[in-house]
Design a protein around this ligand. Structure first.
Ligand SMILES: O=c1ccn([C@@H]2O[C@H](COP(=O)(O)OP(=O)(O)O)[C@@H](O)[C@H]2O)c(=O)[nH]1
Ligand SMILES: O=C(O)[C@@H](COP(=O)(O)O)O[C@H]1O[C@H](CO)[C@@H](O)[C@H](O)[C@H]1O
Length: 214
């Protein structure tokens, strides 16, 4: 089965190289697509220097649109979603995410940080369903079309849809992996505001699923 890695990226010039270095060396991946979500930094240049395929969004459109744009730009049968700010990514993590989907054991895997850093391990232990590291059969995204998803609502929507539609999900531990937290990346205030916005996107999505208003 063909696999495309999709990396949504908004101002990730400092970290995306470490993710692409691993992905571009992997034979298991047919395509590596970076969706540059209106970044104002050198994200796109770094990605092109690694020979990744870059899809440029003209303005910042939010994580959901970035990932869904990546999906529209490939015919691959399996989609690997990875964030551009991962620290410590190894080929093994990618294989661990893909294997249950390859084997048919699951239609979606969700990667959970373990022994990465205290704060990010804890966040993912409390809310594993938010993780952005996933592998999915393409038809999971086809099913998502009838649900409206926005910004940081993508992962919770995928998780709630999987419950609703009996899609098989498997969580996998990603050892020694972490990411750069919003406050570290954007500064305390802007990071915190972005976190509040993220929680709002998630709560809004949960309410829509509960009320069955899509
Ligand atoms: O408007 C946005 C916000 C985020 N992202 C990307 O989505 C991923 C996860 O976002 P972020 O790091 O803000 O979330 P966190 O991991 O801190 O929850 C990262 O690769 C971001 O660059 C994006 O493409 N567009
Ligand atoms: O793990 C989490 O609690 C959040 C927030 O991460 P940080 O607080 O910035 O480390 O990050 C995840 O959730 C987002 C919404 O589902 C995803 O878009 C991110 O990819 C994921 O890292």
């Amino acid at each position: 089965m063909s696999v495309a890695a999709i990396i949504p990226a908004y101002n990730e010039g400092k970290t995306i190289g470490n993710v692409l270095k691993v992905l571009m060396a992997m034979k298991d991946l047919d395509e590596v697509i970076v969706v540059n979500d209106g970044s104002g930094d050198n994200t796109a240049t770094v990605a092109r220097n690694y020979n990744a395929r870059v899809v440029d969004l003209p303005k910042n459109s939010g994580k959901s649109i970035a990932v869904l744009t990546g999906v529209k730009n490939t015919q691959a049968e399996i989609i690997l979603m990875l964030d551009a700010d991962l620290v410590g990514l190894k080929e093994l993590h990618v294989r661990e995410l893909l294997q249950p989907v390859y084997s048919g054991e699951a239609a979606m895997t969700i990667g959970i940080f373990k022994n990465g850093r205290g704060a990010t391990d804890l966040a993912q232990r409390i809310a594993p369903f938010l993780s952005g590291q996933r592998a999915l059969k393409r038809d999971v995204f086809d099913k998502l079309e009838k649900y409206s998803v926005k910004d940081y609502g993508l992962e919770i929507a995928l998780t709630l849809m999987a419950e609703r539609e009996n899609i098989r999900v498997r969580e996998v531990e990603l050892r020694n992996l972490t990411h750069v937290m919003k406050e570290e990346k954007r500064g305390l205030l802007a990071g915190f505001l972005s976190r509040i916005k993220m929680y709002w996107d998630i709560i809004y999505c949960v309410i829509k699923f509960r009320l069955e208003v899509f």
